[in-house]
Structures are given as C-alpha cells and as structure tokens.
Ligand binder design. Sequence first.
Ligand SMILES: CC(C)(COP(=O)(O)OP(=O)(O)OC[C@H]1O[C@@H](n2cnc3c(N)ncnc32)[C@H](O)[C@@H]1OP(=O)(O)O)[C@@H](O)C(=O)NCCC(=O)NCCS
Length: 429
Amino acid sequence: MTDSLTVRDNRTGQEYDVPITDGAIKAADIGKIKADDDNPGLAVYDPGFVNTASCRSSVTYIDGEAGVLEYRGYPIEQLAEGSNFLEVAYLLVHGSLPSKAEYDAWVHDITYHTFVHENIKSFMEGFRYDAHPMGMLMASVGALSTFYPDATNLKDADNRHLQIVRMIAKMPTLGAWSFRNAQGKPFVYPDNELGYTANFLSMLFKMSERDYIADERLVRALDVLFILHADHEQNCSTNAVRSVGSSQVDPYSAVAAGVAALYGPLHGGANEAVLKSLKRIGSKENIPDFIKGVKDGNERLMGFGHRVYKNYDPRARIIKQAAMDVFEVTGTNPLLDIALELEKIALEDDYFVSRKLYPNVDFYSGLIYEAFQFPPEMFTVLFAIGRTPGWLAQWLELVQDKEQKIARPKQIYTGERTRDFTPASERWA
Ligand SMILES: CC(C)(COP(=O)(O)OP(=O)(O)OC[C@H]1O[C@@H](n2cnc3c(N)ncnc32)[C@H](O)[C@@H]1OP(=O)(O)O)[C@@H](O)C(=O)NCCC(=O)NCCS
C-alpha cells in the first residue's frame, strides 16, 4: 500500500499524487492543483477547523470514540487518582514527570511567584463593582505583559520558563481577586505557607481569621478539577493562544487571548446551563416530562453529548466522584439527586444511547462549584486557572516548532470587485 492520494482534477484531466503522512495530507500540496497558470490553486474550505490539523503536538491525546484522554501519554484517570495539579502542570510543560528535586524546585518557584505587583492590584480595583470576573481576569493577564517586557524574548529558554512559572503562579491570585471585587471584599494576599489550591481558596474566602485553612477534602476536589481541565488539545481557547502566539507576541498576551476565547458560552459556559436546567426541573417527578421535551426536540439535556467524545467523557466519571466527596463536606445538594436520576434514565434511553450522548465534564462540575458557593460567573475563571498549564505547554511547543508559521488562514472572497469610487461630495449631491 502506498501512503498517497491520487487526485484527478476533472477540470483539466490532470492527476496529482499527494503524499499522506501521519494520516494527513498537506494543504500546500492541494494548493498545487490548478486549473490553469493564472489560477491561485485549490484551497481547502473548513470553517471551524472541523477536519484540519493546525499543528503537530505531543501534549494531549484524545480518542473520543473510546473515551480516552491522556496528558503526555498518562491516562487522565491515573493522574486524577495519584497526582496533583502542580505535578500535572510540570508534566504538561516539560513532557515528563519530575524527579523529587525537580518537583520541589517547581513548587518552590511557583509558590515564590504568587504575588503580583501592587499596581496590578490598583488596576483591578479600578473595575466596577459588578465587573464580570472573567473580563477582569482577561484584562489583568494581558496587563501582566506590561510588567514583564522581558517576556518578548521568546528565543531564550530560561526566560520562557520564567514567564510560564509566573503565569501559573499568578492566575489564582488574579482569579481570586476578580471574585473578591464582585463581592466588595478586600483582596487577600497569597499565603505561601499553603499549597497551590489551598492558597487559592484562602485568597477567595479568607475574612478576619489569621489563617484560612480549607477542608482538605475540598482542596483535593478542586485540585482534581484543575487536573481534569488542564489540557484538551486543540480546543477553541488553545487554538486562540496558538494563533495569537504565532505572531511572536509575549505569552501573557497570548494567554489573555485564550482567556477571551474561554469566556464565550460555547466554550466555558455549559456547566452553568446544566445548573439552570436542574433548577428548572426542580424535583425528580418532573424528570419524565423533561426527558420527553428533550426527545421531542424542544430543548437539549445540557451536560450531555460532546463533539469529540462519543462515549462516556472520562472526565465526567472522575468529576462525579469528586462531587460525592465535596457533598460529604458541604452537605448534599437536592440537585444532585435530580442529576443522578437524569443520568440513569438517559443512559438507558434509546434516544441518548443511539446518538452516543453521554455525560460530559460539565454535567457535574457546576454542582461542585455551587457547593463551594461560587457564583456562576466564577465557573469559567476556575476553568481558566486549570487550563493555564495546558495553554502554556501548547504555546511552548508552538514557539519551538520549526514548521509553525504566523497563523493566517485563506478566505474565499465573495464580495464585489474593482468598483470605481465616487467621492461623497458627488454621491450625495
Ligand atoms: C456538545 C454538543 C454541542 C455537541 O454537538 P454535535 O457534536 O454538533 O452534535 P449534534 O448537535 O450534531 O447532535 C447529534 C444528535 O444528538 C442530539 N443531541 C446532541 N446533544 C444533545 C443533548 N445534549 N440533548 C439532546 N439531544 C442532543 C442532536 O439533537 C442530534 O440529534 P439528531 O441526529 O436527531 O438531529 C451537543 O451535544 C450539545 O449541545 N450538548 C449540550 C451542551 C453541552 O453540554 N456542552 C458542553 C460540551 S463539553
């Protein structure tokens, strides 16, 4: 078998051999197909990059049919069970698990960089009382670029590493302060005696107590949620980071673009929609009516189905367990019973089974966040903190990849051509 594609252009009768490498053909090879010499060559039309690979990547592997998610080859289930968020962040960024000394240095460096410049604090205090925390996070991550002009030196590996450490370290500080602003509460400085996630909870919830020590089980549950969100290969926000980063801008600006993409309801907002549905259903007795409405096409069962996963989303299973752990601490949420019953019915119902609709990562995450007493606007901020190591690992891969170029898609022009301009003085006369 030859790994190539023979394409016959019926406009000219000419045949082309297009090599297949790693299950893909190069769009540039398709561009060689021309009807005549004046023709710009055949383009590939793919809005939303549904079937276009934009990079080679060794960060995250997904097999949606089989329900597999691996970071650097390690199954998500094993990482969620036995690792912690900072170790997973190290793995994503460096490609391999740390030795004891590497891990200690990584944790030390990230802990050391949790503080932000006081001007960032006054910048964030300038937002209105009702500013959306995700808008604040996006702006303040972008603002960091002005504090670290050295970050534009992309060629220097140590410099790149420093910016990665800074960003992973500062995201919880910025995220927590965005939350405190909306609450009208004073910003809490990082407590570097605490671990990454415990420190984040302290910056969120500390009031007059000397030390804020969160329940270990809650810390662990949130840490696991961060692990589950840490990367998901070429999703919309990662593509935004790569696309903006391809201009060789500094990584703060590139990650701010990722935060912006995640802000959109099609990307980061489904868990809030799940909560709204569960609240509207209200009690178990109303579930059959709701399911009938979904099957009649009146609405969707939010938190079910996924563009990539056509099997149980591996993250959903872990999140379900995390939800149970959290409710042990916070007391159960009546919405959990509705969610469990919905899932049970949907997994047996032919409508959902035949369409391969399984719970996705968002089905239970909103319930957990609500148990932490986060308002829905904070859900995406939590997602962004978890996703930061993934964005940075992908950015690092991009800036070192010799095959990458500035992102600049083609278009199919559908507008007018070569019209004569008449000045306004004549047109309006
Ligand atoms: C995630 C999602 C957008 C993926 O969409 P997609 O891959 O484009 O799948 P489609 O919209 O083509 O759906 C395929 C079929 O399943 C149905 N379907 C998909 N998701 C459904 C859901 N959540 N509830 C009910 N039916 C659903 C569609 O109506 C369609 O049925 P049809 O073939 O009879 O027309 C979609 O499943 C969805 O809207 N889910 C709810 C929102 C959500 O949880 N988003 C978070 C994703 S992490």
